[in-house]
Structures are given as C-alpha cells and as structure tokens.
Design a protein around this ligand. Structure first.
Ligand code: CMC
Length: 392
C-alpha cells in the first residue's frame, strides 16, 4: 500500500513540533523553554518550573503567588476518593494505585473534561497539579498502613508533599531545609523531557480527544516500565543484589557485557543522550552531599560510583556511548529519605506531571494536530481460504 517506511521504536520519526523542551543528546544539553537545566535546578522551584513549562514564560512574583495559591487550594482530594486507596492491597504497586487515583480524580471532576474548553483545561491542569502530591503520598501511606494527612496552605508544594508522605498525627513533622531543596531540584530535573515514551503516550491518548485525566493516567502507566521511569527502582534493586550476592563490581560489569546473560546495567544508556545525561550529573552531586555523613547509604553510593567508573572506562560502554542517566543516582537519595524502592517511580511521575500537562496543552492548541495513527509494514499471510474444522 506504499507504507514501507519502518521505524520501530520511533528512532527517527518526529511526531510533533514543540516549543517546550530542547535536548542536544551529543552535547548533553537540556533546556526548558530555552533555560538551561543547570540554572533552573539551582535557582528555581518546582512550581515556578511548572508554570514555565505550562505557560511558556517565567512568572512574575504576583503570577507565581497566584499560581501557587490556585494549586494549593486544590490539594485536598474528595474524602470519598480516599476509599479507593483503602481498597488496594498493601503490596499493590504504587504506580498502579496512582494511575487508578488519577482516573478517580477525573471521575470526581467530570464537569471539567472537555478538551476543547480552555476553562475546563485550566481547571483540570490546576486540579491535577494540586492533587498529585496528595495522591502520590496517599499511595505510599496506604501501602504502609499509616493514616492519611491533610495538606496545609502555609507550606510550599514540596514541603506539603514531604509532610503528607512522612507526617503522622503523633507529632509535628520536622521539615529539613536540605531535603526540601533536594526534592525541589529532583522534581525540576524530572519535569519534562520532550517526546519520551510516557509523554508520547500522553499525546497519543490525547490525540483521540480523550480527556486530560485519561491521557495522564496513561502516561503514568507508560512510565512504570523498567526501561523508562521504572529504572530508578530497578537500579536500587540491582545495587542491593550485587551487595547481597557478595559480587564484585567488575564481575557484574562482565555479566552485563555478556549479552547471553540478559542483564543490563540499569540507569545507564539513553535513546537521545550519547553523552553524560546532564540531570545525572546534578543528581550525583546531591547524592554525595545528602548521603555522605549519614551512615545510611554510603556503601551503596560507593558501589554506584565504582560501577560508573568501571563502565565509563570499558570499551563496551565507550563504543556504545552509554552513560549514567537520570535514574542512576535518584534511588539512593529516595532510599535515604525513607522511601521503599517500589515507590521511587511514583516520585518520577510527580515530577513529570507539569511536562505531561504542558505537552498535552500544546498538542491541543496545535492547528496541525491529528489523531495519532501509525501505519505498519504487513508481514503476515497473503490471502487464503477458510479451512473447515474437520479438514485442519
Ligand atoms: N546495559 C547494557 N547494555 C546496554 C544498555 C545498558 N543499560 N543500554 C543499551 N545497551 C546496549 C544495547 O544492548 C545495544 O547494544 P548492541 O548495539 O550491541 O545491540 C546498544 O547499547 C544500544 O542500545 P539500544 O537498546 O539500541 O538503545 P535504545 O535507545 O533502544 O534504549 C534504553 C535506550 C534507555 C532503553 C537502554 O539504554 C536501556 O535499556 N537502559 C537501561 C534502562 C534505563 O536505565 N532506563 C532509563 C532511561 S532514562 C530515564 C527514562 O526514560 O525514564
């Protein structure tokens, strides 16, 4: 039929025009709306970056205060939606619970679902941003069987999120400035990454005129895979396995190089970066600052650094331009903060939310937009006649 251009995994196919995020994978450059990630990670806050991604400009002081207020006033979720969390079994994976929660949120806000009504889109965007820390924290709280906390208006977005996750009614949760700043930075670093698997999924689902909740829940599901956001959980499990099996790092790297083993160095490699992932560089600095001095995770951090050094000086990794990606060091920080590995990818989702929203909104204002509908190269049987059962 003339559709013969095969591009498995969309290695060389642009699905849209976008003005949100720029990546130069060879040079290791990442910019949101033109601003270098290094500057945003150091100087900005997650809410400010969310505003930048969604509306295209850095906010003025009044715009940011107003935005923060709008988001904060949507942090409480409907009391009945909490029942959804209680209905999941303790060991249910937080990404499954989060995805279901987002669909639940849509059901509770069904008066704002029209993808072509700007007021609906604005309300749903703010509602998602406000509710996501609460829902992510509740996914965690329900998995450990602790009571849900209520958000507080006098706390920042990140402060609220930490308190919702770790606070209990027993005592006031003490916020640690360094931890708050580290999470601001981590969420900024995850906030967008152009047309990756989950963002492309959000756009693909959105292209059918499905509502924003359905699109973003689909993004959460795409993110859950270990080749994508699920890699942060997989990295920590890999480090623990190496430690628990008393393996040395060189032997593990040799196993990775042996393709028969099917073992990958998780947290390494990237479709676009053929250089050090700039996000990993920043996170490595934070891991070092946060973990040194605690007796917590020094051994695993040392192992991660040794793994990185061994890989970066090995022909296999050099030839293939494989470097640490964003997921290589994040798990160590999350674990030191007290989160179990199964919860790490939900933290990635919380960080990625403004990017998904911005991309979905950009898609919906693109005059060239069309339903996503790839073609295929058919390789099945040519026409043949139906064979009756007794003749097969
Ligand atoms: N360990 C060992 N070998 C690897 C790895 C790895 N982590 N990544 C790529 N390779 C090899 C791969 O086997 C292939 O070798 P060959 O040319 O001999 O067949 C070569 O490098 C090229 O890799 P590819 O699989 O064609 O690359 P891709 O662009 O299709 O996949 C990737 C990118 C990120 C899925 C892959 O590098 C990977 O599986 N990494 C581990 C999982 C991971 O850390 N994912 C997080 C990605 S960054 C954040 C995010 O997206 O959420």
């Amino acid at each position: 039929t003339g559709y013969t251009t095969l591009d498995t995994g969309y290695v060389n196919t642009a699905s849209c025009q976008s003005a949100i995020t720029y990546i130069d994978g060879d040079k290791g450059i990442l910019r949101y709306r033109g601003y270098p990630i290094e500057q945003l990670a150091e100087k900005s806050t997650f809410l400010e970056v969310s505003y930048l991604l969604i509306y295209g400009q850095l906010p003025t002081k009044t715009e940011l205060e107003n935005f923060a207020d709008q988001v904060a006033s949507r942090m409480m979720i409907d009391e009945r939606l909490k029942e959804l969390y209680r209905s999941f079994p303790r060991g249910g994976h937080p990404m499954m619970v989060l995805s279901a929660g987002i669909m639940g949120l849509g059901a509770y806000n069904r008066q704002y679902l029209d993808p072509h009504n700007p007021e609906h889109v604005e309300e749903a965007s703010l509602r998602l941003l406000g509710s996501m820390p609460t829902m992510t924290a509740y996914a965690y709280k329900s998995s450990v069987g602790e009571p849900f906390q209520y958000p507080r208006k006098n706390l920042s977005y990140v402060e609220n999120y930490l308190r919702l996750s770790f606070g209990t009614p027993m005592e006031e949760y003490e916020l640690n400035e360094d931890v708050v700043r580290a999470f601001e930075t981590l969420f900024i670093l995850h906030a967008d990454h152009e047309q990756n698997c989950s963002t492309s999924t959000v756009r693909m689902v959105g292209s059918s005129d499905a509502n924003i909740y359905a699109s973003i829940a689909s993004g959460v599901n795409a993110l859950s895979g270990p080749l994508h956001g699920g890699a942060n959980q997989a990295v920590l499990e890999m480090l623990r396995d190496i430690r628990d099996n008393g393996m040395n790092v060189k032997d593990f790297v040799a196993k990775v190089k042996d393709k028969q083993s099917g073992v990958k160095l998780m947290g390494f490699g990237h479709r676009v970066y053929k250089n050090y992932d700039p996000r990993a560089q920043i996170i490595k600095g934070h891991a070092d600052a946060l973990l040194r001095g605690t007796d917590n995770n020094n051994a695993l951090l040392d192992m991660a650094i040794e793994l990185e050094e061994t890989a970066l000086s090995d022909e296999y990794f050099i030839e293939r331009k494989l470097y640490p990606n964003v997921d290589f060091y994040t798990g160590l920080i999350y674990e030191a903060m007290g989160f179990p590995p199964s919860y790490f990818t939900a933290l990635f989702a919380l960080g990625r939310l403004p990017g998904w929203i911005a991309q979905w909104r950009e898609e919906h204002t693109d005059p060239a937009r069309k339903i996503g509908r790839p073609r295929q190269v058919y390789v099945g049987a040519t026409e043949r006649d139906y064979v009756p059962m007794d003749a097969r």
